[in-house]
Design a protein. Structure first.
Length: 335
């Protein structure tokens, strides 16, 4: 991946009347990256895509593509972009070949090179068996492939895909995702979607937006790092004093606080500081030292879906947590 920024969007705002659809949006994409623009329906993804492709102007802000200001030199900047909107811009009364030749002419590909350009995208997008069929008679999956083919026929540096798998069956979705991964080898790609597994499957980085604002922007690895365990749930059936012994739990190394989940059952949640991972062995040792009967010990790990819900709603509890349970069977642990 090159260090050169292929597209730089700075402080983008877009209003529809009083409605603030996109609020201070910033984006940087380098050559060779596949970026997932992720967010719920209505988050402002399609509006952002339309601004990045020059289909609508931002209310304020700047977009620079390959060193060219999109607002100052739109035709020159757009020559670097291939775009597939949510509804593929295909002409249903044309065959795939006729439509791709038409797109070649629109992109000012010299007539002597149009056949080679068309054959290249037909091969890359797997359109060989349907190239002479009317687009109206193609499945939704093949229409999406034709839409992607028109977006890359002029070999742009940047390919922008808005919800490319909407309405497809599972087999078609897998095929389109494989095609996007292939595109990432030769182009920089922005993939707009509301489907978390889509970003997991094909993207290097993720930018999550909600209500027009960016709430997360980093590598997918950093998003997954948020899955790190941060709490332990413990329970005791005997030997545990509901008074002073809770303070002993709170004093364990790395524990920020011990929260009572059920006083009668002596169940507590131990919350650890960000720089410390939960340490079940220290809980075992403390139980041994104190003569407590430990009957529950589990580490709680957030799923990526919980992280996503937390980022956009501040509520990860909408999704059941994935838990790793260490059972002692109620056996007394003593010295």
């Amino acid at each position: 991946m090159s260090a050169q920024a292929l597209i730089q969007a700075t402080a983008l705002h877009r209003y529809y009347g009083k409605y603030h659809a996109v609020n201070d949006f910033n984006l940087t994409l380098h050559k060779g990256e596949v970026l997932g623009l992720l967010g719920p329906n209505g988050a402002g993804k399609s509006t952002t895509m339309q601004m990045l492709t020059g289909n609508i102007a931002p209310s304020s802000g700047d977009i620079v593509i390959n060193g060219i200001n999109l607002l100052d030199e739109p035709l020159k900047a757009k020559a670097n972009i291939g775009y597939l909107p949510e509804q593929p811009p295909v002409y249903r009364d044309m065959t795939a070949i006729e439509y791709l030749d038409y797109c070649s002419a629109l992109h000012s590909i010299p007539k002597s090179q149009q056949k080679k350009a068309r054959e290249n995208v037909i091969a890359r997008c797997g359109l060989g068996d349907i190239q002479n069929k009317l687009i109206a008679n193609l499945s939704k999956g093949f229409q999406q492939r034709v839409g992607i083919a028109q977006a890359i026929i002029h070999q742009p540096d940047l390919v922008i895909l808005d919800e490319p798998t909407v309405g497809l069956d599972p087999i078609q979705i897998r095929q389109i995702r494989a095609l996007i991964r292939e595109l990432g080898k030769d182009h920089s790609v922005i993939l707009s979607t509301h489907i978390l597994p889509e970003v997991q499957a094909v993207c290097d980085r993720v930018q999550i937006i909600h209500q027009g604002k960016t709430v997360f922007a980093d590598s997918f690895k950093q998003l997954e790092n948020r899955q790190a365990q941060s709490t332990l749930t413990v329970g005791f059936s005997a030997g545990f004093s509901k008074g002073g012994d809770k303070a002993k739990l709170s004093s364990l190394q790395g524990v920020e606080k011990a929260t009572t989940l059920n006083a009668e059952q002596s169940r507590f949640q131990l919350t650890y500081s960000p720089q410390n991972q939960p340490n079940p062995s220290k809980v075992f040792k403390l139980a041994v030292d104190e003569g407590w009967v430990l009957n529950e010990l589990k580490t709680d790990t957030q799923t990526l879906e919980q992280i996503f819900m937390s980022l956009i709603h501040g509520d990860a509890s909408a999704v059941e947590p994935r838990e790793k349970v260490l059972k002692t069977g109620g056996v007394g642990i003593d010295s």
